[in-house]
Design a protein around this ligand. Structure first.
Ligand SMILES: NC(=O)c1ccc[n+]([C@@H]2O[C@H](COP(=O)([O-])OP(=O)(O)OC[C@H]3O[C@@H](n4cnc5c(N)ncnc54)[C@H](OP(=O)(O)O)[C@@H]3O)[C@@H](O)[C@H]2O)c1
Length: 279
């Protein structure tokens, strides 16, 4: 299934994450297996250092480039010249002449740095080098600050989102702004298999004769959230793919939404390695 982004670009709602997938054979085999299974969206990043292996797998898959949606991310926090150079390196590694979705990986603590990065993203978009542009780990206030100088709104925001951190208020803001919400870390670093989450999710999984990860993926997709679970295990890659075909009821969605505890298992964007945010 596809989601139409605010600029009309169609983006697969389901894809493969590749964070912490080792470059070389591991990434190559994982991406190739996902593509064979039917995945048509691969999420990578400059910081994952595996773009070249993603590019090799896509090239060797025999699937036409235009049928695969590639998301990658810019480290940012540098001069426009450096960031443009880094973008060109990503293209080279991915063995393509365009990226489908380009994201600012993390907000800087200084809004002016984010604004400078965004200006470069707008330029790349206007030059046709990227089909869509967006942000990652941006809270509402980061986006509002970006608007001070932006001429194009981000099309996507990729954030930590799972049953422990359902991000309902952020998603409502993003919906209002026409920005698609994308989840990362859907399995809470294993937290979905523990405590109240395991208890609540396993009841639903039993009813649907499926697994807990599949329930989580289906929950995200019903909420109109772009989902990119990561696995290097062939059977799990296939299992996660099948979750797209599970339909949850409104009551089940509500039950999972109520498992929200505002629990972050990844870095807090307001206190990232780039320091506390100071508007
Ligand atoms: N923008 C950002 O700052 C940011 C941050 C983090 C992640 N991301 C993106 O989001 C993607 C997903 O997040 P993530 O990789 O952090 O975590 P995740 O997808 O929530 O979880 C991955 C872990 O779950 C396991 N797993 C996958 N499918 C499973 C299944 N069906 N049953 C049991 N275990 C399963 C994987 O094990 P195996 O691999 O061993 O099978 C791996 O240990 C990343 O790969 C990356 O592309 C973005």
């Amino acid at each position: 299934m596809n989601k139409k982004l605010s600029n009309g670009v169609l983006m697969p709602t389901f894809g493969l994450g590749t964070f912490l997938v080792e470059a070389g054979d591991k990434t190559y085999e994982t991406v190739l297996h996902a593509l064979k299974t039917g995945y048509r969206h691969i999420d990578t990043a400059q910081m994952y250092r595996n773009e070249h292996s993603v590019g090799d797998a896509i090239k060797d898959s025999g699937i036409p480039r235009q049928e695969i949606f590639i998301t990658t991310k810019q480290r940012g926090h540098s001069t426009p010249e450096n960031m443009r150079k880094q973008f060109m390196e990503s293209l080279e590694k991915l063995k393509t002449d365009y990226v489908d979705l380009y994201l600012i990986h993390w907000p800087n603590h200084d809004k002016k740095v984010n604004q400078t990065t965004w200006a470069l993203f707008e330029a790349l978009y206007k030059e046709g080098k990227v089909r869509a542009i967006g942000v990652s780990n941006f809270q509402k206030h980061h986006i509002i600050d970006l608007y001070e100088t932006a001429t194009i709104k981000p099309m996507v925001n990729q954030v930590e989102l799972h049953p422990g951190l359902s991000q309902i208020p952020l998603q409502a803001f993003l919906d209002h702004e026409g920005i698609a919400t994308m989840s990362y870390g859907p399995f809470m670093k294993g937290g979905i298999f523990e405590g109240i989450w395991a208890e609540g999710l396993s009841k639903i999984a039993t009813l649907h004769q499926c697994t807990i990860p599949q329930v989580v993926i289906a929950w995200g997709l019903v909420r109109d959230i772009l989902m990119i679970p990561k696995s290097v295990t062939p059977a799990r890659i296939e299992e996660n793919y099948q979750a797209q075909f599970i339909t949850l009821s409104d009551v089940e969605i509500k039950t999972i939404n109520e498992l929200n505890r505002g629990k972050r298992v990844y870095t807090d964007p307001d206190n990232s390695p780039w320091g506390p945010y100071q508007p």
